[in-house]
Design a protein around this ligand. Sequence first.
Ligand SMILES: Cc1cc2nc3c(=O)[nH]c(=O)nc-3n(C[C@H](O)[C@H](O)[C@H](O)COP(=O)(O)OP(=O)(O)OC[C@H]3O[C@@H](n4cnc5c(N)ncnc54)[C@H](O)[C@@H]3O)c2cc1C
Length: 377
Amino acid sequence: MTVRGTAVVIGAGPAGLATAIALRGAGFDPVVYERQARLSAEGGGLTLWPNGLAALASIGADREVRERALPSPGTAMRAANGRTLYEMSAADMERVGGCGVAMHRGELVAALAGRLGSDAIRFGATCVDVRSDASGATVGFEGGERVRATLVVGADGIRSQVRTACGLGRPLRYGGSTVWRAAVRYRLPELPGLLTLGGPNQFGIWRLPGDRVYWFASVPAPPGRYRSGQSRPPEEFARWHDPIGALLDATPTDEIIVTDVYDSGPLSSWSADRVVLVGDAAHPSLPHMGQGTSQAFEDAAVLADRLAAGSDISAALRGYHERRRDRARSAWAQARMLARVGAWRGGFSCWLRERMMAAAPARVQAGQLHRMFAFRT
Ligand SMILES: Cc1cc2nc3c(=O)[nH]c(=O)nc-3n(C[C@H](O)[C@H](O)[C@H](O)COP(=O)(O)OP(=O)(O)OC[C@H]3O[C@@H](n4cnc5c(N)ncnc54)[C@H](O)[C@@H]3O)c2cc1C
């Protein structure tokens, strides 16, 4: 294949690595620049959904990811006392597109980096500036190095420097809650991916490969109050259903990651001249749908597809945004709605929430999931 140009990708997270793999398939010569000294093993676990896996398959990177992930036999929602509020079995999930899988974030980026090849990643390179014009873009790095490329991809996460440098950003908005999370060695029997609601607090449990479990606890709190490695979720969770207390007991404080969650309103454009955004940089969203990484993989697959389809790069970047914006906006809106409803407090509101969940027609819920899981470039 003739090389169509060079691509600089800023950020070696899931979005950047998947995009670099996809761009190579579209005829570009990509190099990923990452500010950290090595691939990040941080982030605990995460869930990937059929749309994300389909997008990975379309860029030829699903096999190494699936090898390190554990499929979850369905999903369920429970009350703090363990009562099931809502459940979709593995068979129900297969009918709407397939089951989710859970994996460690560090293993996801390792799998993608392995697929890309380490010679295409530069570590310790912090992007501080991007200048774009009609024929290419130039990235400035801390320390003064400058690199010019045919295409620059901002895959530098929710606080994207590339987005700011290109004037594409909107202010981030605090989502109102702090999330504690960890991946811990713990043996659990097979169980669906679980989300438990108690007042305005939430607790999630997903089994990972190799007798490990990913858990997260979400609590309304002012931003900045709690710090990673120095705080634990409120004691209240220890009184919730099994095995929540045991999982917390099994987790050392210094292994707990704490994140205040933010999103922003949808951006009006995802590109400027030869600079384009993917992943959290393009659509900062709350994590409540567990869709962030799957959406990032959709970005990678669609961007490469549009670039491969024609020689006009600017038209391809516009086509990418047109194709992706509605799906990304839908995931963003559903996450925001779940965050809002999940934070309801008080007896009546929580009773109403449970009634709404029990009463929502299975047909409607299945239809929503079906649409979300159906990925096409
Ligand atoms: C609490 C929580 C739970 C979540 N759970 C899930 C889940 O279960 N499933 C799911 O799919 N998603 C989940 N997400 C969202 C998911 O983590 C993100 O959507 C995903 O990581 C986005 O990938 P990304 O590559 O766009 O950004 P990131 O993962 O943030 O990667 C960005 C990369 O860019 C690098 N970088 C940043 N700035 C620069 C710079 N100036 N120069 C060079 N490099 C730079 C960073 O070091 C990083 O490596 C969760 C998020 C949170 C906060």
